[in-house]
Design a protein around this ligand. Structure first.
Ligand SMILES: C[S@@+](CC[C@H](N)C(=O)[O-])C[C@H]1O[C@@H](n2cnc3c(N)ncnc32)[C@H](O)[C@@H]1O
Length: 273
């Protein structure tokens, strides 16, 4: 299952080189990039950087915080936190190509001293107990059947009182998900929890849930705007299509319907260990 998930996300060839190529074509100097230049691809979740910053508000971060990002992807959320709060963020992700690209992108924007990325499974973290002040996971658990293990691992590596921010795609009450989606081309690697499941899972892992925020309506507008840009041919130089492939426009159209028809919901949780 882990291999199938990594294959779904892996893309083709050297991702950092492909991203650099697209940026150069758009007239950007790789030596003078900012995180904003990468935001359309490295914040790989619905509502992008804005959603990361909203989640981070609940994490009680300071410049001294050590933060873990479970399923860190291309590292956008980790860099956003490191840049905004001056904290240190470690990312772990199943997909080797993403960890390599995350490391390169961090070097380009001068954040290598505050973020690091390693290949690993969020359900078996290679870290000692009680190491982190805060943890987050954004749009990852949709691919994980053993969510109980993932949340138990997050709880284990957090210090007592540490905050855990979760922002994920959940199963809605409107019927089966329409595939392909950005996280799965068919149901075998898709494992969506319902909002009721999430309360049971997070409490069962030993977390106190401090807040739950449903952002589905904004998510629908976000995907509708992306679908419109694709139709008009006005997408930014970097898009998820670079690694998700040529069916990304179909995934986008499906996501608009999945949200409109309440087949999926996007919900954020702030929890305390
Ligand atoms: C949609 S991306 C989100 C990446 C990142 N959190 C972000 O928001 O930009 C999902 C990520 O989860 C990772 N992933 C899926 N299952 C995982 C697991 N069991 N352990 C670690 N990473 C996992 C994938 O490799 C992929 O990078």
């Amino acid at each position: 299952m882990a291999d199938e998930v990594a294959t779904h996300y892996s893309g083709r060839g050297d991702l950092a080189e492909a991203i650099a190529g697209k940026l150069r074509e758009a007239g950007k100097d790789i030596g003078a990039l900012t995180t904003a230049d990468l935001g359309s691809i490295d914040e790989f979740h619905i509502r992008g950087r804005k959603a990361t910053l909203e989640l981070a508000e609940g994490l009680n971060l300071t410049a001294g915080s050590r933060v873990l990002d479970l399923g860190s992807g291309l590292g956008g959320p980790a860099r956003t936190l490191a840049e905004t709060y001056r904290c240190r963020v470690s990312g772990i992700d199943l997909t080797p190509a993403f960890c390599e690209a995350a490391t390169a992108l961090s070097r380009w924007v001068g954040l290598s001293d505050r973020v690091d990325f390693q290949v690993g499974d969020a359900t078996h973290l290679p870290f000692a107990d009680g190491q982190y002040d805060a943890a987050m996971t954004i749009h990852v658990a949709m691919n994980i059947a053993a969510k109980d293990r993932m949340y138990a691992e997050a709880r284990r590596v957090l210090k007592p009182g540490g905050r855990f921010g979760v922002y994920d795609v959940l199963q809605g009450e409107g019927g089966d998900v329409l595939y392909p989606t950005p996280w799965a081309r068919e149901p075998s690697i898709s494992h969506l929890a319902t909002p009721d499941d999430m309360r049971t899972l997070l409490s069962g892992a030993g977390f106190k849930i401090l807040s739950a925020t449903d952002t589905s309506e904004e998510s629908e507008r976000w995907f509708a705007a992306m679908a419109e840009r694709m139709k008009q041919g006005s997408s930014p130089p970097l898009t998820f299509r670079m690694f998700l492939g040529d069916d990304f426009p179909e995934m986008t159209r499906n996501q608009v319907r999945n949200l409109q028809e309440r087949r999926i919901r996007t919900v954020s949780y702030i929890c305390e260990a």
